[in-house]
Structure formats: C-alpha cells, structure tokens
Design a protein around this ligand. Structure first.
Ligand code: PMV
Length: 396
C-alpha cells in the first residue's frame, strides 16, 4: 500500500446538446465542465478511517478494526458487479448512520463505504486513511457532482491500494492515468453512482473520468477524438426542477402530437451530430465561422427545447440578457429552470464578460465563467499545489 498523500480531482459535466432527445434514442453530447471536485487522501496509522465532506457538512470516522471484524463477504470479491439493494441495506448497518440522517449524507457515506470496502478488501488489513473531498460544483444542479465524487474516490482508493500505479512522476504538477487504468476507475465510479442513483446511465461518471466531450447514443458511450476547450458562462437560475416530471412531460407531448414532436427530436439529433462534426474540425485552432455555427446550433436547440415544453421564464430571461450582448445561450440538462450555458467567443473583452455576469447576477442567478472540454480525472502534486487547489484548501 502507498504511504504518500494523494490529491485527485475530477470534473463535473454539462449536456451540450441532446437532453430529452436522448431518452428517445437520439444522440446526446456531454462535455466535462471545468468545475472540479477535489479529494485529498492521507494514509495514517491511528486505526481510523476518516471521511470529511465540508461542502455538505459531513464528518464521519470508523474504527478500521471494527470494519475489519464485520462480515463484508457480501461485497463482491475481485470483479466489479452491480451493488444489489441487499448489499446497500447491509452497508447501512456498517455505516451506523442515525435514522434521521439526510438523504445526501446517507448516500455519500454509503457510496464511500461501498468503494472503500470493495476496493481495499484485497489488502491484508484495511488501510487507515484520512479522506477529505470538496467541490466547486453545486450539488443537485444536474452538473454531475455525485459522479465526480465517485470518480475521485475510485481513483484515489485504487491508487493507494496499488491496484493502479500513481502516474505522478517527480517534478510533475499534474498527470493522468493510462487508458486501461481509467477504464478501471470508470467501472468502480459507476458502482459508486449506482449506490447513489440506483440506475444511472453511466454518462456522468464517463465524462468525469475521460474528460473532453462524449457522445451518448442508446446506452453506448464514446469519446470524441478531438474536442476543443470552449469558454462558457454557466448560469444557475436556482429555479428548482423535477427531471422525472419534465421527462414525463416530453413523453406525453410526443404521444399527443407525434407528427409534430417526433420531427423536433430528429432535428435535435441532427443538431448534436452537426455539433460533433464541428467540434471535431475545430481541433487546436478554432475559426470564427465555426463559433458562428455553434451559436446557431445553440439557438435552434433552445427553441426546440421550448417547443418540447421544458423551457422556463428564467431560462428565457437568461437567453434575452445574453442575446442583448450578442451571446447565445441554451438550457442544459432537464430544463424547467436549473442551469443554462452561454458560449463565449474568443476575443470577447473581459469587461464585456464581466458586464454579462453582472447582468445575470442581478436577475438573481448564480453565474460562473468556466470551460467545457476540460481534462478528466487527474492527480496533482500534493507538495507543489497550483493556486486553484491551494485556494480551495485554504477556504476549507
Ligand atoms: O440535468 P440532468 O443531468 O438531470 O439531465 C437530465 C437529462 C435528460 O435528458 C432530461 C434526462 C436523461 O435521463 O437523459
């Protein structure tokens, strides 16, 4: 087992195109959002495993000897298989959580215990670890925060147990794992997601593991070979949304007006494919005309999503405010409120970006400048921290 401190980060995600259409068998493009979750793992010898999640006020510790003496044979040995409801029930006993424990806390702790016990059970003795996870991602906003959490946990636990090598070499500030190791990280992260969400599609953990942009089509996930990092504004309208109800609403509209709604879904599919083509061509040196195409695709999809009935007055306001400044926005994810994205063209002056953010903030929205197409799960040097990690650590 490794004895050094590990510092890992993984990105959140947004859907660039194809939300809702994907439910009806069309293509969706999901991209890594450069708002990241960070995990610091320190092996120690105090006989405890500590988990702190400062963003959601969780601090828990278990005696390693106590966990060791439990019968965890109910967890699969070796291979990665789906956690069953019975396993999750048994984990609840292991966790020792009070009955009135909030759902977010319960799920975060259960996913941790599942991954810790399953990944570390091959060690002669369960390791004593101090783990802290914090995030730049708001939880529950459809930005893949739980997947980034599971990806960080899987990467750090597999590395500390030497199931995969630490790719960080002397003098590196940051590095990534090999394709094969990323596949293993992604498999375990999917298990964590299953503990949290029951039956997730696997897109969120895949984007968080691989980074860049992914195409999702009828359960098949593939990475776009070349995708540029694009600057965006991410705006959270803070209007609560209910994904299940919105998905049901689209289904009902499709049943009621098949001749009208089916072509909308086909058109959204074509938008995703066209976007995929343009992103592939943009490569290292994107041309202004390519940004114009991306903007048109954003506008058309936003109108389609409104026609599907998943718009909201807050999202209309977001589009109007940015349109008045020559910028193009669409909702991302389920709609009905939630988040929207605005594409920032290169060459846009910073004061103009700031003025737009200001205008959106004065609508009562949270607005952040970030990028999409960000790198996937990464390991950082714990001694020469970049300013972003240091800032986050200082803020804890
Ligand atoms: O905002 P999110 O991550 O919950 O996105 C929902 C995306 C939908 O296409 C509306 C639903 C789905 O399961 O794909």
């Amino acid at each position: 087992m490794l004895s050094e401190v590990l510092l890992v980060s993984a990105p959140g995600k947004v859907i660039l195109h194809g939300e809702h259409a994907v439910v009806h068998g069309k293509v969706a493009l999901a991209v890594a959002l450069n708002l990241r979750t960070f995990l610091r793992l320190e092996p120690h010898s105090n006989g405890k495993v500590d988990l702190s999640l400062p963003n959601i006020g969780i601090k828990r510790a278990w005696d390693v000897a106590g966990l060791q003496s439990l019968d965890t044979s109910f967890l699969e040995q070796g291979d990665v298989t789906t956690p069953t409801p019975e396993q999750v029930e048994k984990l609840k006993d292991v966790a020792g959580l009070p009955d009135d424990c909030a759902v977010t806390e319960r799920l975060a702790v259960l996913a941790f215990l599942y991954l810790y016990l399953s990944i570390c059970q091959k060690q002669r003795a369960l390791p004593s670890l101090d783990i802290i996870v914090w995030s730049e991602l708001p939880p529950g906003a459809g930005l893949g925060s739980s997947a980034a959490y599971s990806v960080c946990l899987a990467a750090a636990l597999l590395t500390v147990c030497e199931e995969i090598p630490n790719p960080l070499k002397d003098g590196d500030c940051v590095n990534r794992w090999t394709r094969e190791d990323l596949e293993l990280i992604n498999k375990w992260a999917f298990q964590g997601e299953r503990v949290i969400h029951g039956n997730p599609s696997g897109v969120d953990n895949a984007v968080s593991t691989w980074g860049g942009a992914l195409r999702y089509h009828q359960g098949k996930i593939s990475s776009l070979k070349r995708s540029p990092a694009l600057q965006i504004l991410l705006t959270n309208t803070k209007v609560p949304r209910n994904t299940r109800a919105l998905v049901a609403g689209v289904r009902n509209r499709l049943l009621k007006f098949p001749e009208i709604v089916a072509p909308l879904l086909t058109s959204i599919d074509a938008i995703s494919l066209e976007c995929e083509r343009v992103l592939g061509e943009m490569g290292e040196a994107p041309a202004p005309e390519q940004y114009l195409v991306l903007e048109e695709l954003i506008d058309m999809n936003q109108h389609h999503l409104n026609a599907l009935g998943v718009g909201h007055a807050s999202l209309d306001q977001l589009c109007q405010v940015t349109r008045a400044r020559g910028l193009h926005s669409k909702l991302t994810g389920a709609g009905g409120g939630g988040c929207g994205i605005t594409l920032l063209k290169p060459g846009l002056e910073q004061p103009e970006v700031e003025a737009t953010k200001q205008a959106l903030t004065s609508c009562g929205f949270d607005c952040l400048e970030t990028s999409i197409g960000a790198p996937g799960v990464s390991i950082h040097s714990a001694t020469s921290l970049d300013s972003r990690v240091q800032q986050a650590l200082d803020g804890l």
